[in-house]
Design a protein around this ligand. Sequence first.
Ligand code: FES
Length: 106
Amino acid sequence: MVEVTFLCPDGTAVQGRGAEDTTLMELAKSLGIAGIVAECGGACACATCQVVCDEHWFAVVGPPNENETEMLEMAASTSLTSRLSCQIRLAPELHGLVVSVPEEQG
Ligand code: FES
């Protein structure tokens, strides 16, 4: 299991554990993280599942591919280290991952 911490806009930190090879979005939804809407269900077609990594974790998670980059360009507000959580597969190297959830999306 991969442990992840979501830093929510209300200042709370929510920790959860997800199975390897499931997505960060699925974990967020199972934890009821309010800011993760995930309208398209993980098809990389809505950009409402955005999370923001710090620089350390962005280097581990890696940059978005071309398709994801296009979706992020349509999101309300993004940062250079934004990713769509449905495109992040949980893997051992992500154990301890910390991501911030934007205030509003979707
Ligand atoms: S859930 Fe729609 S882009 Fe991630």
